[in-house]
Design a protein around this ligand. Structure first.
Ligand code: HEC
Length: 393
């Protein structure tokens, strides 16, 4: 019952996270687009830096961007922050439900580090905070004045932390931890720099003073960082379904390369909005992705050697998999067979050989955290059996 309720909690919170994430990233992409498309009004309008016309949903829209702020504040001013905050709340809750509540299976791999669930959770939360503090420190340090150098240092730190974490968490846990850290940094920028800066600007105007443009500039820098981090973060959030990425021996390098590809593709759109279409960027991004795809392609598992009998495979599946992958799982924390994958009959096993190979032999994602203690030899037997054509006798 408890596991069933957890499944519902997971479903509802994931749904919410997706919706608020779309609302947040959607507005953020829209405003970058808007900013980049602005044109100086002809004839010039007082205090207006740029304007744009657009049509959407049957209506015409004419937006103006003011140099610093309009002379008179409108009565109603719309802020964009709850999308970001709710993405964070729902994301953190989801982290608790899927990773912390099942830390033994999702966050820990005894073959990597035999840590307790509470240690793993403490490390995870500690790093969420530390990541934000370090980022904030970097932005405020003299390095913060040099955008390109700051980006490079930030990126190298990220790769370093990913590689270091692969000695602490399960392979899958590493990716989600990095994704959560980046997401936290993005939301913290909204909550601690962008929104407070805007508030100070508005307050200054209320007092009849000219707002300090420094606040705007600082907020802009954080917005730009968020803009480039967006695509990589979204990749990490969906990567859980693709063990070929995080399950790879050099998962940190895979992440680093996909990160660069995502940032390149984002850069292409940023340039394109301002009328400069430089195809080199997305082409470089796609080339990097192609290189990664070739590099991490599963190696052919040899079917040579002794012929494997199905009964051997069935025995392994029975002891190592059925705890979770049966219609009524016995493994605590699992109310349903995960992803509906049931391995309780020869036919069902035979239908899923490709996915089993990917999960057990290639990426070693299953069993999660190797909860059921499958041995390397057993993995090899499954691999050989599939390579031999998965005969059912
Ligand atoms: C402790 C529980 C547990 C055990 C034991 C376990 N699995 Fe899984 N399995 C899961 C979970 C959880 C998922 C869903 C992962 C996800 O959400 O991406 C899953 C997913 C899968 C999938 C589908 C993956 C996909 O996206 O196509 C396959 C195939 C699979 N497991 C095979 C196995 C095999 C084979 C074994 C035994 C060697 C095994 N599992 C042992 C929990 C388990």
């Amino acid at each position: 019952m408890e596991a069933y309720l957890l499944d519902w909690a997971s479903l509802l919170v994931r749904w919410l996270h997706l919706i608020t994430g779309i609302a947040w990233i959607g507005t953020s992409l829209y405003f970058v687009w808007l900013d980049n498309h602005l044109e100086v009004p002809k004839p010039p309008k007082k205090g207006v830096a740029g304007e744009i016309w657009s049509v959407h949903g049957g209506g015409f829209y004419n937006k103006h961007k003011y140099l610093v702020a309009p002379d008179v504040l409108p009565e109603k001013l719309h802020w964009f922050k709850w999308e970001a905050y709710w993405t964070f709340f729902s994301g953190f809750t989801l982290l608790i439900i899927t990773y912390y509540a099942r830390a033994q299976a999702m966050l820990i791999d005894p073959a990597v580090a035999d840590i307790s669930p509470s240690t793993a959770i403490a490390i995870s939360i500690g790093l969420l905070i530390l990541g934000q503090v370090v980022y904030e420190g970097l932005c405020r340090s003299p390095l913060g004045k040099h955008d390109a150098l700051l980006g490079l240092v930030g990126f190298l730190l990220l790769v370093l932390v990913t590689a270091a974490l692969s000695h602490v968490f399960s392979a899958r846990g590493v990716y989600i931890q990095i994704g959560a850290m980046l997401g936290t940094i993005m939301v913290a920028s909204v909550a601690m720099v962008i929104i407070p800066g805007q508030r100070k600007m508005v307050d200054a105007m209320m007092r009849g003073e000219v707002p300090d443009p420094e606040f705007g500039l600082r907020g802009k820098q954080r917005s730009m960082h968020n803009n480039y981090i967006t695509l990589p973060v979204l990749f990490i959030m969906i990567s859980g379904h693709y063990p070929m990425t995080w399950g790879h021996e050099y998962a940190w390098a895979v992440l680093a390369l996909v990160f660069i590809a995502g940032a390149f593709i984002r850069h292409f759109f940023n340039l394109r909005h301002t009328g400069r279409t430089v195809l080199g960027w997305p082409m470089a991004g796609i080339l990097i992705l192609a290189i990664v795809a070739v590099w991490i392609a599963p190696k052919q598992v040899s079917g040579g050697g002794e012929l494997v009998r199905f009964s051997q495979v069935n025995q392994i599946v029975f002891t190592r998999c059925l705890g979770c992958h049966s219609t009524t799982p016995m493994q605590p924390g699992f109310a349903q067979p995960p992803l509906g994958v049931v391995l309780d009959s020869p036919l069902r096993i035979a239908q899923l050989t490709e996915r089993i190979k990917q999960q057990v032999v290639v990426s070693r994602a299953m069993p999660p955290g190797n909860l059921t203690g499958i041995t390397d030899e057993e993995r090899a037997i499954i691999g050989r059996w599939i390579a031999q054509g998965a005969p059912l006798q």
